[in-house]
Design a protein around this ligand. Structure first.
Ligand code: NAD
Length: 487
């Protein structure tokens, strides 16, 4: 007797937002206090899943940047710089503990401000942010052992500018090593996702962090540029687009300021014919649809070895048909809202360009909510290396598929990009993985997995993906002057 396959559905399981308390408006966090912006300007933060305004946030201007940098300088010179490492460690550790205690609140706020699924903010963003503070708390009193033969000293005031795709996590990547190594900070969150950085200021206060050690300036690129160009800043750490990164590098040339850039990517996820295909399908789905593809290291180019290409695409399309797209607060949601209308327009226009250039489009057949910013999980097949969708970062849930015959061709195609942030290799042969990893020009090469992060592991790019590393002992170096001990 033939049995009909049973189609199981998930009942909605919506996370409550009661835990989040939003003020009507927020000022800037300068010298340990929330203050009105000198600029007098405010902007609205919007929930991208509903298009509803959430709250008003201050838009910092250059006078505000002056005040924040002055507060950071005072805090640096009058205490923080000279605090013993084991004392600094206590503050950083406390921040980690407080983040854990308020993890649910941070997760819900991250989801309503940015559109990412609650299961990701709850299970990835917030735990990893806390893990970074824990990890660097451990280094604060051991800096002398981190760089043998060198005497590490903090460098001063760091200006840190972050993007909207992992708002709290990017703040943690930047703040934790800077604080552990004795620097003070002016942090500028992205304009569409300022709210978890503002909530973090409560944690900083509860951790008794001395005033001025961390200052948070919300605002747009104008505030970012004022911070970059401020003469009182000793180091800039920037995560964002390659275009803005280049602008910053040009602005800082010859100033003597330290700079690290974490920029865009166009990673190749390479599947060989001997790979465990079902496992690889999961890795490819995670690689491109995690966080709606708003991931700098997303596996946005899929390279399939020819003999398995058709079978793999069949499996991938069936898997995509099961993705649940919609309300980010539903715990079953796999793909949430696109972060802003501007980003949605960018994704749509690049996909249109791909189709015009001859790519064939498949989109997951999922219903989309009526309001908010949404884009169906999409794959483009028949893509050639010259197509825009094979070269430009789409930063959305869109996968460009290419094929290859030999490992040499896979390497050549994977490296045929101006970026160099990450790559993935799927094969059952360890020797092939090592052979590939030697030749792929990417900061991270994942083998039989993708999008794995750990605070102890350095992350960063080559070429137009930027320079400098975050995470691990390597992530401390940009925040330290390393004098030779016998100098
Ligand atoms: P973006 O460059 O537009 O903005 C990033 C930040 O820079 C924001 O805070 C913005 O306000 C600020 N900014 C804008 N113009 C500026 C200027 N002239 N001077 C100083 N600051 C300025 O990037 P985005 O759209 O927010 O973020 C997406 C980009 O970030 C993608 O390209 C992505 O790949 C990249 N990214 C990289 C990493 C990494 O670790 N390599 C991680 C996350 C995101």
């Amino acid at each position: 007797m033939d049995l009909e396959p049973v189609k199981l559905q998930y009942a909605t399981s919506r996370e409550s937002t009661d835990i989040v308390h939003l003020e009507k408006s927020y000022g800037l966090f300068i010298d340990g206090k929330m203050v009105e912006p000198r600029s007098g300007a405010m902007f609205t933060s919007v929930n991208p899943a509903t298009e509803e305004p959430l709250t008003q946030v201050a838009e910092a201007g250059s006078d505000d940047v002056d005040l924040a940098v002055a507060a950071a300088r005072r805090a640096y010179e009058h205490g923080w710089r000279d605090l013993p490492g084991k004392e600094r460690a206590k503050y950083v550790f406390r921040i980690a503990r407080l983040l854990q205690e308020r993890a649910r609140e941070f997760a819900v706020l991250e989801t309503i401000d940015g559109g990412k699924p609650i299961k990701e903010s709850r299970d990835v963003d917030i735990p990893l942010a806390a893990a970074h503070f824990f990890y660097y708390a451990g280094w604060a009193d051991k800096l002398g052992y981190a760089f043998p033969g060198r005497r590490p000293k903090p460098i001063g005031v760091a200006g840190q500018i972050i993007p909207w795709n992992f708002p709290l996590l990017m703040a943690a990547w930047k703040l934790a090593p800077a604080l552990a190594s004795g620097n003070t900070v002016v942090l500028k969150p992205a304009e569409t996702t300022p709210l978890t950085a503002l909530l973090l200021t409560e944690v900083l206060r509860d951790a008794d962090l001395p005033p001025g050690v961390v200052n948070v300036l919300t605002g747009d690129g104008v505030a970012g540029a004022a911070l970059v160009n401020h003469p009182g800043v000793d180091k800039i750490a920037f995560t964002g687009s390659t275009d803005v990164g280049k602008e910053i590098q040009r602005a800082l040339a010859g100033t003597g300021k330290r700079l690290t850039l974490e920029l865009g990517g166009k990673a190749a996820n390479i599947v060989f014919e001997d790979a465990a295909l079902d496992q690889a399908v999961e890795g490819v789905v995670n690689g491109i649809f995690f966080n709606q593809g708003h991931v700098c290291c997303a596996g946005s180019r899929l390279l399939l070895q020819e003999p398995i290409a058709e079978a793999f695409l069949d499996k991938l399309r069936s898997r995509m048909a099961t993705l649940r797209v919609g309300d980010p607060l539903d715990k079953n949601t796999d793909v949430g809202a696109i972060n802003s209308r501007q980003q949605l327009d960018k994704i749509s226009s690049l996909v249109d360009a791909g189709v015009e250039e001859g790519a064939e489009m498949y989109q997951a057949p999922c219903p989309l909510p009526e309001r908010g910013f949404w884009f169906r999980p999409t794959i483009l097949t028949g893509v050639t290396p010259a197509h825009r969708v094979a070269q430009e970062e789409i930063f959305g849930p869109v996968l460009s598929v290419l094929t290859f015959r030999t490992p040499e061709e896979a390497v050549a195609k994977a490296n045929n990009t101006r970026y160099g942030l990450s790559a993935g290799v799927w094969t059952e042969k360890g020797s092939k993985i090592l052979w590939m990893a030697d030749r792929l020009r990417a900061g991270v090469v994942w083998e039989n997995t993708f999008n794995r992060f750990d605070p102890a592991s350095p992350f960063g790019g080559f070429r137009e993906s930027g320079f400098g590393r975050e995470g691990g002992v390597q992530g401390l170096a940009p925040y330290l002057a390393l004098e030779a001990i016998d100098a």
